[in-house]
Design a protein around this ligand. Sequence first.
Ligand SMILES: Cc1ncc(COP(=O)(O)O)c(C=O)c1O
Length: 412
Amino acid sequence: MRKEKIIEMEKEYMMHTYARLPLILKKGKGMYVWDTDGKKYLDMVAGIAVLSLGHSHQEIVSAISEQVSAIVHTSNLYYTEPQVVLAKILSDISLGGKVFFANSGAEANEAAFKIARKYARKMLGSEEARRKEKPSYVVISAMNSFHGRTLATLAATGQPEKQKMFEPMPAGFKTVAFNDAGALESAIDKETCAVILEAIQGEGGVIPADKEYLRNVRALCDRNDLLFILDEVQTGVARTGSYFAFESYGIKPDMITLAKGLGGGFPIGAVVASKKVSDILVPGDHGTTFGGSPIVCRAALAVLRTIEKEDLLENARIQGSYLMDRLFELEQRHTIIKKIRGLGLMIGIVLGEDVAGELLKTCMGQGAIINKTSENVIRLLPPLIIGKDHVDEFVDIFDRSLTMIQRNKGKV
Ligand SMILES: Cc1ncc(COP(=O)(O)O)c(C=O)c1O
């Protein structure tokens, strides 16, 4: 099909929920993708932190092919081996409790909210919670956060402009300033059951939480008997150089939610709980038809095994810090770069002007795909397999693109 025809058909037959770039991707291998004209691009976005192993990694291809021939879907009425093996590994490398499999990040967060509400309800039976007249149900989140697009996760998302057209939001959510433990403390009352945060706000512009802040949040949750949910949908699965971002903060949340990078391109979501909240849900409380199908679990197992086999945790740390260093060099020469922030292979570049869209298109012309979270923040989330040569290739393209847009503005 011609490029124009595909764009025309999208316009006619698809709901316009995405502001797409005029790029039709046909093929991917490793760190690269190709469009329908055969042009090659270095992929510094990885499907928004999804393609942990890059495109069509042999481990995933083999695992999936084998599983497709064996059995594709069973429903959750029966057991499958990939599901339990994946649950064990996730538990072992994180909070030591049990796992619920969903299909996406939003669904993982929805499940975590239900666990938090039911936990609070069960707590009513306890001595400590007896003074409360009704079960607590409010989840407190942070301003500028992102937790998904379903109604409950949208209500938890601290971005009023995304909520406006869909109001009223479901009850039971409250938003406070990020990186401000005092604001959280003031907002906690007897209706609060949980706090949900991102360790690094991703969609919000790659803004890391302060170490002290997350420690204070943990202490506040302990003191008030609240569950601490850490949304690791974007930061999880080696993205920041450790399996989960909470490891860098020296805290343990009560639940983490995962999705994106876990399936290496296959749709999976997961709540991993600590022992304390592992047995809150019982049959009939929650479920999903597709969650944790053998196919997606095999993909996730291939991701986790390859992270170990190819030492991708170390790679994310090394290449992430090399990429940061190279970007700091560019910052010396391009005054438009105001700040570089992030951890591992999750990096945000703050620009002094609203030219992120233009920069994105210029980079595309030069052969690299990057992402923006707003008109002044560029986000990089490359596959975990990125090598030094790829970083150098990207920095050359980015350098050139910055010069080009500055020159267009007559500033160079
Ligand atoms: C931190 C975070 N939570 C939740 C979500 C929602 O995930 P999904 O799009 O898979 O529903 C996202 C997606 O960008 C995210 O970054």
